[in-house]
Write a protein that binds this ligand. Sequence first.
Ligand code: GTP
Ligand code: MG
Length: 374
Amino acid sequence: MNEHRRLYPTRPQAQRALVVAVDTQDPQRPLAPELAEFTALADAAGAIIVDEVIQRLPHVDPATLVGSGKAREIAERAEAARADVLFVFNDLRPRQRTNLEKIVPLPIVDRTMLILDIFAQHARSREGQLQVELAQLRYRQSNLIGVGAALSRLGGGVGTRGPGETKLETDRRRIAQRVTLLQKQLDDVRRQRETRRGGRGRDPFVALVGYTNVGKSSLLNRLAGSGVNEGAFVADRPFATLDPTLRRAYVAPGVNVRLADTVGFITALPQELVNAFRATLEELENADLLLHVSDASNPDWPRQKASVETTLHELGLDAKPYLDVFNKVDRLDPAARAALPPGALEVSAATGVGIDMLRAAIAARRTAAAERLQ
Ligand SMILES: Nc1nc2c(ncn2[C@@H]2O[C@H](COP(=O)(O)OP(=O)(O)OP(=O)(O)O)[C@@H](O)[C@H]2O)c(=O)[nH]1
Ligand SMILES: [Mg+2]
């Protein structure tokens, strides 16, 4: 049992992590918001950050990070901080990874692996778990990441091997076998889900989309009138939602909608995850209306919003009717509120402010769509 877990050995929980990053922005500017986001991801994965090596190299190829001098410095810092894992913010090419691994005897976890790990920890449904594991293994396949000698020092669930054995090949074969099996199990689970969903309601289908942690699930609960223990799961951390919830919500006299929560987006959502969750995301194609939720209290919202729009485009969903919804306005002072785009729907899932307006806007879209059909 749990044999396959060993194929993916980098579980960052409760591990002491050294964060390594190259920030290629202008040094006059504050650190890239993506870096703060990376630290939040590390935190959400349950790691303890013990030190950071952050280089500010404006307009420089992050590939310079892995020069051997830098790698030795990283090795020293890792040892001094007694780190057991390296979190690398920038994308590593397989070659760079190998070079770094030679000098720093620690497992290397990049941004994609970190996100995949959070997903793995949060997946509850069978389908969700299968999807995440498949994404993890596919990522390893495409990056040729072996278990690596250093990893066996981590103990706890990491595979052992005999001296001199070439591990990478054995790993690859085992991974390929596991991928085939997972794919088959996933197909079965999905077929069952299709059958269960046979009887779809006729109410319009409205889906909540948006950056992670903006309050989509809170808004679903507010619109559906769900109590604390019966609604979708809410938490102040990235990727709280993995398994989509569907609720019926009243929007106007005689008008109910089917309201769907979705997985939160993030800049450069790993392709493996998009692929793995394609079946879930494809349901968005059936939506009559998208509610694009932003966190108005986050100064970084314009970047997040643009990033969500890119993802929607990649998913072929940019022609869908949508409403822009700005959530968490209870946290805004009047000046910040005035800076929001004119005519934006300003709401607070926490206090209920603006929710009636949002219901009316959804109902109005519904009426307009119905009239077009006549
Ligand atoms: N102040 C304030 N906090 C809010 C509001 N809406 C949500 N939150 C908080 O924001 C955090 C994230 O809320 P969620 O509803 O889990 O966000 P989400 O978009 O579903 O997040 P993921 O599923 O992780 O992508 C939680 O701590 C919520 O309590 C709001 O209107 N005002
Ligand atoms: Mg959520």
